[in-house]
Design a protein around this ligand. Structure first.
Ligand code: CU1
Ligand code: CU1
Length: 274
């Protein structure tokens, strides 16, 4: 059974194995297919048209399935690996162990944002950015520059307290838990973290930075916490809504899965806090 742990508690061996599995997916070309898929959905998701991965109710189940596929790819390399999560409300500075050279490496240099240390630095030779939105082939970060502060625990709590999953018009203007967590409204949790990291993380090709997976593993955990806190609140919309994925509607690009199939994470993995 897969147990997703807080990255701050990983052993040196667990970090080494996670990094090695990520590098192997990169080497084989499988990693970049995830970047391509993510960017295609970012580009296609619009407030007034079809929207599946972002700015819509299925933001949470879409990324849950996306992470599951990535985790299974990692496990095909090393069966002991699970996705760690990054609790950015606690590990909230560029000095956190997450950014050390034995794990994800640190922020980019001021000149051009180029990450200079760790396994994903261009200079290490294993992390050329292939699926990209400009000509730069090196991983970039500017931690704490685009926005200075990561969300606080109090801000996370204020969003977890919202009892309604989502509301019309089911896009980036909606009230409710999903949109406040995604970050288009209110204190802005998920979107803000992308901007805080900066570089590729602030673009549609954000999975080029491996921290993408740890960020979304935590967003996914917050959804699980919300469900536990609001057992009488379900995924919305239930049915008959144009352009968005209803509870029992197949979800692209997989089509063999609906939001209803993905509500219970414990069918696939547990968290170290479950
Ligand atoms: Cu995304
Ligand atoms: Cu994201």
């Amino acid at each position: 059974m897969t147990v997703r742990k807080n990255q701050a508690t990983l052993t040196a061996d667990e970090k080494r194995r996670f990094v090695a599995a990520v590098l192997e997916l990169k080497r084989s070309g499988r990693y970049d297919t995830f970047v391509t898929t993510h960017n295609a959905f970012i580009m296609g998701d619009t407030d007034n048209g079809e929207r599946t991965g972002h700015r819509s109710p299925s933001f949470l189940p879409w990324h849950r399935r996306f992470l599951l596929e990535f985790e299974q790819a990692l496990q095909s390399v090393d069966a002991s690996v699970a996705l760690p999560y990054w609790d950015w409300s606690t590990d909230r500075t560029a000095r956190a162990s997450l950014w050390a050279p034995d794990f994800l490496g640190g922020t980019g240099r001021s000149l051009d944002g180029r990450v200079m240390d760790g396994p994903f630095a261009a200079s290490a030779g294993n992390w050329s950015i292939g699926v990209r939105v400009d000509s730069r082939q090196y991983l970039r970060r500017s931690l704490g520059t685009g926005v200075r502060e990561l969300p606080t625990r109090a801000e996370v709590e204020s969003v977890l307290a919202m009892a309604t999953y989502d509301t019309a018009p089911w896009n980036s203007a909606s009230d409710g838990f999903r949109n406040h967590l995604e970050g288009w409204r209110g204190v802005n949790l998920h979107n803000r973290v992308h901007v805080w990291v900066g570089g590729q993380m602030a673009t549609g090709v954000s999975p080029n930075d491996p921290v993408f997976w740890l960020h979304h593993a935590y967003v996914d955990k917050l959804w699980a916490e919300w469900r536990r806190r609001h057992p009488d609140s379900g995924y919305l919309p239930a049915a008959g809504t144009p352009d968005v994925v209803d509870l029992h509607e197949p979800m692209r690009p997989w089509n063999d899965v609906t939001p209803a199939d993905l509500l219970d994470h414990t069918a696939h993995y547990t968290f170290d806090t479950d």
